[in-house]
Design a protein around this ligand. Sequence first.
Ligand SMILES: Cc1cc2nc3c(=O)[nH]c(=O)nc-3n(C[C@H](O)[C@H](O)[C@H](O)COP(=O)(O)OP(=O)(O)OC[C@H]3O[C@@H](n4cnc5c(N)ncnc54)[C@H](O)[C@@H]3O)c2cc1C
Length: 309
Amino acid sequence: MYDVIIIGGGPAGASAAVYTARGGLSTLVLDKSPNAGALALTHKIANYPGIAEELSGKELLDRIRAQAASFGTEFKQTTITAVDLEGDTKYVFTADGMFEARAVIVATGSKGRNRMLPGEERLLGRGVSTCATCDGAFYQGKEVAVIGDSEEALEEAAALGKFASRIHFIVPRPELQGAGGHAPQELPGAQMYYRTRPLEIVGDNQVSGVRVKPAAGEEHVIPVDGVFVFLSGSKPGTDFLDGQVPLDGEGFMELDASMQSPVPGVFGAGEVRRSPVKQAVVAAADGAIAAMAADKFINRRASLIPQYK
Ligand SMILES: Cc1cc2nc3c(=O)[nH]c(=O)nc-3n(C[C@H](O)[C@H](O)[C@H](O)COP(=O)(O)OP(=O)(O)OC[C@H]3O[C@@H](n4cnc5c(N)ncnc54)[C@H](O)[C@@H]3O)c2cc1C
């Protein structure tokens, strides 16, 4: 019986483990693959506070995991098959057997879209990005494409406007979608391509352009150094919860400010919730909050306790 089982060992789960293990709680992190999460796949990360040098997401993650392990966290690579979270003892069933804990923190992140554009996956981190806040600064003075029609796409394009010399805004629909059905104003300086379908992201080892097909025109390639894709929302990795924990219509966990779900002893952290900012530092902070709340739950303490060790 562990005090805490953390499902998912990305920045949210591994940071939660730093706090639970350092707080004296026996902690097991179950992760299906240390290389599968959003941070593990991130080519370069340059905005994690306290890390001045540029390093890969995997290197940053390895550091957080090593720190959690140094406080006694056990890591196990396995696939979750089912959970039973109702009672005081929480059961997690995996391909390698069943594990028990007093509390569970779900930190399985969210996956990209099911259908990617040809070239998108291959060139992810090599000019393809889904986060202007993360990667915009790498495109100082360069031409980029933004693909999408949502408000998110527009906001991210505005963030890119500070860096890119030109933004090619590819909008598959006749207009941008805005709150309440009102299309927001276009981005000043961006070249707009309405009713234009993105067909493929092209480039050998690095993005060199986007192949598009305008509704009334010929297929052609727009040459760019970077492509930011915001075609549809990501899907949280919460399928295995199987109705035991309330989720919203798109599968995100419903959590309070302490990262607690409505099920006692079940917490969430990172991109399994509707995170307002999709950044590693925010996921890590979620993990810290969830860990402190789990500690409070396990020890039935009246308020969040400080770290003692
Ligand atoms: C291309 C790209 C670039 C980015 N660049 C930056 C950047 O520069 N700076 C920045 O701060 N942020 C960046 N981000 C965002 C950052 O990576 C995420 O905000 C962060 O990784 C979310 O953390 P998480 O722990 O919630 O999820 P993840 O990092 O996705 O981790 C989830 C973990 O759960 C595991 N898991 C999933 N399902 C299961 C399951 N069923 N059973 C067991 N384990 C499971 C996965 O293997 C993974 O280890 C970037 C994201 C992308 C996609």
